[in-house]
Design a protein around this ligand. Structure first.
Ligand SMILES: [Fe+2]
Length: 353
């Protein structure tokens, strides 16, 4: 069975296109509020002043010091409902992958009853969310194009995967990437690079995913191994193409292991992928070598010994989280993955991190 997948229907790309947000939203205003969920690092910055909020709109800074939790989504939705914005005209997420995921989840939970935890899984959302716009200020996660919003709940880290999760509109303005801290820029960019490597080297690969993955990889190489004046433009498109590549294939071992790192240790997705990827030479030999070249070029050093302080019970839990992501391992190793990927082999990889 081939998947008949949905993609984001409206995309605007170009330097300064953020200035057109006001016009884009004007078509969607029917008297309700527009809710702008903005990464709180932008409080008191020039970008915050450029948010085209009108009277009655809500600008709500969101905190992403921790990766998004289901409880935080429930809290934001309750705040909006108590504030009389139970059916806003739109939800606009402005920030990195975590903020984009928060905005998607809030949009969905405004129209679907219950808690965000009720919808972690595949195609559990029954009603379209509120109209939503995604505006990345960091490039690499592919959250702008994905049909998921990755959330950590009390029991699991798992996305709300559905066609309704997709943004109705994305605004890709490379100017918004200026001023990102270098390490953050690198980790998030490597998330994209790793999407490409895992997609292109996976057993699920097909010509659709290869076409997007190869272009994304080419752009990543230009950004991280060469010097270009328009590298922010390139990285923004690499992120989009990388997201399109995995949308029709899958990620692999690195993402499975990084989910364990973030669930048990609270390590953010981008850096978690980097910590895991450098140990995965046996799976992605050429990719890991090139990744290390990129690290050297940008003077990046990664933390070591991150799993050393884990209790035995937590290590066991982390192994279970990683191995629970069956499609990722199947993409990496084929249908026989369970025989190839024992708990001990996962443990050995984690112990190296
Ligand atoms: Fe990722």
């Amino acid at each position: 069975m081939y998947r008949n997948f949905a993609i984001v229907p409206r995309i605007i790309f170009g330097r300064g296109c953020f200035n057109q947000l006001d016009d884009i939203l004007a078509d969607r205003r029917t008297g309700g509020a527009m809710v702008f969920l903005v990464d709180d690092v932008f409080e008191n910055t020039a970008l915050m002043k450029r948010v085209p909020a009108e009277k009655g709109d809500i600008v709500m800074p969101v905190n992403v010091d921790e990766e998004p939790k289901t409880a935080y989504i429930d809290e934001l939705v309750a705040r909006l409902q108590q504030g009389g914005a139970s059916t806003p005209d739109g939800v606009i997420g402005i920030g990195g992958g975590s903020t984009l995921d928060i905005a998607k989840a809030v949009s969905l939970l405004l129209t679907n009853p219950g808690s965000a935890t009720d919808y972690q899984g595949w195609d559990l959302i029954k009603s379209p969310g509120v109209y939503k716009v995604g505006i990345p200020t960091l490039a690499g996660t592919g959250a702008e194009i994905s049909r998921t919003t990755v959330l950590t709940g009390p029991e699991k880290k798992l996305g709300i995967n559905s066609d309704y999760t997709l943004y109705n509109q994305i605004v890709l303005d490379p100017e918004l990437l200026a001023g990102v801290p270098r390490d953050q820029w690198f980790y998030t960019g490597m998330d994209c690079y790793i999407h490409d490597v895992e997609s292109l080297n996976g057993t699920y690969i097909n010509e659709f995913s290869r076409a997007y993955g190869e272009k994304s990889l080419e752009l990543c190489r230009q950004v991280f191994l060469e010097d270009h004046d328009d590298s922010d433009d390139k990285l923004m498109m690499a992120s989009y193409f990388g997201g399109m590549s995995i949308a029709y294939s899958q990620v692999g071992a690195c993402h499975a292991l990084s989910y364990g790192l973030s669930f048990l240790l609270g390590i953010h997705h981008g850096i978690g992928c980097c910590i895991a990827f450098q140990q995965l030479d046996e799976f992605y030999h050429d990719g890991v070598a090139e990744f290390k070249e990129m690290m050297d070029r940008h003077g990046i050093t990664l933390p070591t010994g991150v799993t050393a302080s884990l209790s035995e019970a937590d290590m066991e839990k982390m192994i279970s989280v990683a191995l629970g992501l069956a499609p990722l391992w199947e993409n990496c190793l084929g249908p026989d993955w369970q025989r190839l990927m024992s708990r001990n082999r996962v443990r050995e990889l984690y112990e190296r991190m």
